[in-house]
Design a protein around this ligand. Structure first.
Ligand code: ADP
Ligand code: ASP
Ligand code: MG
Length: 403
C-alpha cells in the first residue's frame, strides 16, 4: 500500500462531467489499495472571476479580504469533488487549508508555507477516507486564511507529499506532460519523458506555467519525484526528478514570459555607488529586478536598464521618478510592451554555440534583441512583445526540428 498525492488543476475540475471523471481516477487509485490525498484548484476560471467580482466592489481591496474571497474557489471544488466521490460510493472527506494543517506566513496573496501539520489528514486516512484538500490556501499565525499566489495549488500538493512522505505526487493537468514549448502555441512541441528539477525550475520561473516554480523548488528540496500528466487521457506523463547525466539534453525547452516591463534610467552620472543606491531602493520595497544592463560610461554618464514584473511597474516608476533627479540622472523611461523568451537546458553548459544558434534564429526572423541574460543552464532575451510567439516558434524549430 502506498500514499499517493494527486493534484487536479482548474480545467480538470471545470464542470460536473470533469469532476466525475476526476472522481473515477481517484477512486481507481484508492481501490488499488492506496491511501489517497487529493489536492484541487478552483474550477475553470473561478479565481479570475472572483478577482473580477472584487474589482467591481473595490479595486483597492485589502489583500486580507482578497484572500478570504479567493479561498472560496477551492472550497467549492473540494466539496463538489467530495460529493462526486460520495455519489460513486466511496468514503471521502474534504478539508480546507487550515483543517489540513497548512501553516503559512502572513503575506496575504503570496504566503509561504511554513509547515504542514497533517494530523487530521492522517486520522482521516486511518479511517479509510479519501481526503480531498483545497489547494492554494492556508492559515497564518493570526488565524487568518491566506493564499499562496497564482498557480499555488501545485505547491500545496508537493508540500503535503513532503510532510507525509508520500510515495508519489501526481500533478494532473490539461496537457499530457511537460513539453519542449507550450503545446498550445507550438505545434511541434514534444513531450519530455523526464526533466531534471533544475531545468524544470528554470522553465517554470521563465514562464512555462505547467508547474508553479515554488512547487518545483520544494520538490527538489525534499526529493519528491513529480509526475505531470493529463487528467483527460491515460498516457504516461513527464517525470520531474534529480538529473541524470546520461539523459542530459542540450536544450529541454523554450519558454515565454510576458509579465515583464523594462525600465531605463538615462544619463546616470558615471561614478561609484549609484547602481547600489538604485537597487537598494527597489529591494527595500520588495521589488524583484530581473535582467540588468548597464552601458559603458561615455561623457561622464551611463544608462542603466532592468526589468521588473508588470505588476511592479507603477511602484517602480513612483519610486524612481523623484530619485532620478536627486542622483543627477536625466530621466527614467519604461516600456511594458516587451516579453522575455528563454531557452533552458543542462547540456548548454558543456556545449559552446548554443547562444549563437539562438541569436541566429532570431536574426533569420528579423527579431531585434533588446537585452540578454544567461546562466549555466539558460539564456534569456528581451524582445518586443509582438514578436514573442514567433520568436518561441523559430527558436524551437532551430533546436528541435533538426534533432
Ligand atoms: P492547471 O490548471 O492544471 O494548473 P495550468 O493552466 O496552470 O494548468 O498549466 C497548464 C498549461 O501550461 C497548459 O495548458 C499549457 O498551455 C501551459 N504550458 C506552458 N508551457 C508549457 C510546457 N512547456 N509544457 C506543457 N504545458 C505548458
Ligand atoms: N486557483 C488558483 C489560481 O487560479 C490556484 C491554482 O489554480 O493553482 O491561481
Ligand atoms: Mg497551474
Amino acid at each position: 500500500m502506498s500514499l499517493i498525492v494527486q493534484k487536479f488543476g482548474g480545467s480538470s475540475v471545470a464542470n460536473a462531467q470533469r469532476v466525475f471523471h476526476v472522481a473515477e481516477t481517484v477512486i481507481n487509485t484508492y481501490k488499488q489499495g492506496n491511501d489517497v490525498v487529493v489536492v484541487v484548484s478552483a474550477q475553470g476560471d473561478t479565481t479570475d472571476e472572483l478577482i473580477a467580482k472584487a474589482n467591481e466592489i473595490n479595486p483597492h481591496a485589502s489583500k486580507r479580504e482578497m484572500d478570504v474571497l479567493l479561498t472560496a474557489g477551492e472550497q467549492m471544488s473540494a466539496s463538489l469533488l467530495a460529493m462526486a466521490i460520495e455519489k460513486l460510493g466511496c468514503p471521502v472527506v474534504s478539508l480546507l487549508g487550515w483543517q489540513a494543517g497548512f501553516i503559512t506566513s502572513t503575506a496575504y496573496g503570496s504566503a509561504r508555507i511554513h509547515r504542514v501539520e497533517p494530523d487530521r489528514i492522517r486520522k482521516e486516512l486511518d479511517k479509510k477516507h479519501i481526503v480531498v484538500v483545497t489547494g492554494f490556501q492556508g492559515i497564518d499565525r493570526y488565524d487568518d486564511v491566506t493564499t499562496l499566489g497564482r498557480g499555488g495549488s501545485d505547491t500545496s500538493a508537493v508540500a503535503i507529499a513532503a510532510a507525509m512522505h508520500a510515495d508519489l505526487c501526481q500533478i494532473y493537468t490539461d496537457v499530457e506532460g511537460v513539453y519542449t514549448a507550450d503545446p498550445r502555441k507550438v505545434k511541434n512541441a514534444r513531450k519530455l519523458s523526464v526533466i531534471s528539477y533544475d531545468e524544470m525550475l528554470e522553465l517554470a520561473s521563465l514562464g512555462a506555467q505547467v508547474l508553479n516554480n515554488r512547487s518545483v523548488e520544494l520538490a527538489k528540496k525534499y526529493g519528491i519525484q513529480l509526475e505531470v500528466l493529463s487528467s483527460m487521457t491515460d498516457k504516461p506523463g513527464t517525470i520531474v526528478r534529480e538529473a541524470s547525466k546520461v539523459e542530459e539534453m542540450l536544450i529541454s525547452g523554450v519558454a515565454k514570459d510576458d509579465d515583464v516591463a523594462r525600465i531605463s534610467i538615462i544619463g546616470v552620472p558615471d561614478r561609484p555607488g549609484l547602481a547600489f543606491k538604485i537597487f537598494t531602493k527597489l529591494s527595500a520595497k520588495n521589488i524583484n529586478v530581473d535582467i540588468i544592463l548597464q552601458s559603458v560610461g561615455r561623457n561622464g554618464t551611463k544608462d542603466i536598464s532592468f526589468t521588473v514584473a508588470r505588476s511592479n511597474l507603477q511602484d517602480t516608476m513612483d519610486l524612481l521618478n523623484p530619485f532620478v533627479e536627486m542622483i543627477g540622472a536625466n530621466s527614467v523611461v519604461y516600456d511594458d510592451h516587451v516579453a522575455k523568451v528563454s531557452i533552458v537546458g543542462a547540456g548548454m553548459e558543456s556545449h559552446p554555440g548554443v547562444a549563437s544558434t539562438m541569436f541566429e534564429s532570431l536574426f533569420d526572423a528579423n527579431i531585434n534583441i533588446q537585452m540578454i541574460s544567461t546562466s549555466e543552464i539558460k539564456i534569456s532575451v528581451l524582445i518586443d512583445e509582438d514578436d514573442a510567439d514567433r520568436a518561441v516558434s523559430v527558436i524551437h524549430r532551430k533546436f528541435f526540428d533538426a534533432q
